[in-house]
Design a protein. Structure first.
Length: 288
């Protein structure tokens, strides 16, 4: 009787782990499809709906214009999709650059001796002690704003947390037998880090990229909203939200509502996908 109950409980835990993995995989696939659809929509939607048509200005949402039109008669659905595509592209480049920085500094801190570890740890504590947005504004201002300022600013402000995780993982991997064998064979620390440790860090880097990505999009929109980001001639979400603030008092609520809602949906979708991917790639999470 007791063995039967144990078997049932084991099957239940197995089904629960399988359900979590399936949910994680589904969420990641859905997030990937969302990005693909936004990018594809940004490329396929022509520029004609973005042209000035004063006879269509300030129209409320309708079947012809689901997100309404702005004060120049431009279709807000087209502007929102193209703005999201641009923000996603900028966010992906910035997040990828931040992951590369975190991986390099994490490996250096854990493999290049105490001096390097102290320097990298000091930089991590320094960047974590200052709010991201404050540092991002300063870096974007120094680089003159624009796309370059946003990408550099996001990349240089989002790496510390991931670098700390990578450093801890590398310190744990240093105790593995194959690492000790490589040291006895005369292999350098950097060779061991890139050949033995980096492959084990790929799941952490992938999860880190997926978790940094929504933050990069949101901070890109924030810095663009205050005028230090992308050019006003580019249909970024931050530009759209910034311009719409002047018309909210006149009752044109749809100018900010739909772009802001789409931005929050994309950010939340990738935030959830990152957490689910952590469950999918980390066996310790599935046992909980």
């Amino acid at each position: 009787m007791q063995s039967d109950q144990t078997t049932v409980r084991a099957r239940g835990r197995s089904r629960l782990r399988l359900g979590r993995r399936q949910a994680a995989l589904f969420t990641c696939v859905a997030a990937g499809l969302l990005v693909a659809l936004v990018w594809l929509g940004g490329m396929l939607l022509g520029s004609d709906p973005l042209s000035t048509r004063l006879e269509l200005r300030n129209m409320a949402p309708s079947a012809a214009h689901p997100f309404g039109t702005d004060w120049l008669g431009r279709d807000m659905f087209t502007r929102t999709v193209k703005g999201l595509a641009l923000s996603i592209s900028v966010g992906m480049v910035a997040a990828a650059a931040s992951v590369v920085i975190a991986a390099a500094l994490g490996l250096i801190a854990a493999t290049m001796g105490r001096t390097a570890d102290k320097i990298v740890s000091f930089l991590i504590d320094l960047f974590l002690s200052v709010p991201h947005l404050v540092t991002l504004i300063l870096i974007a201002f120094v680089f003159g704003g624009g796309m370059k300022g946003v990408v550099v600013g996001v990349a240089l402000t989002h790496w510390p947390s991931l670098a700390r995780v990578i450093r801890a993982e590398v310190l744990q991997l240093k105790t593995a037998d194959y690492v000790h064998i490589s040291k006895r064979l005369g292999k350098s620390g950097w060779w061991i880090a890139t050949r033995h440790m980096l492959p084990h860090l790929l799941p952490q880097l992938l999860v880190g990229l997926l978790l940094l990505f929504p933050h990069a999009i949101l901070h890109e929109a924030s810095i663009t909203f205050i005028g230090l980001g992308l050019s006003p001639h580019q249909p970024a979400i931050g530009i759209i939200l910034s311009e719409s603030m002047r018309y909210l008092s006149t009752g044109l609520w749809w100018l900010a509502f739909f772009p802001g809602l789409c931005l929050l949906f994309v950010v939340r979708a990738f935030d959830v996908a990152g957490e689910r991917l952590r469950t999918l790639l980390d066996p310790r999470q599935t046992r909980e």
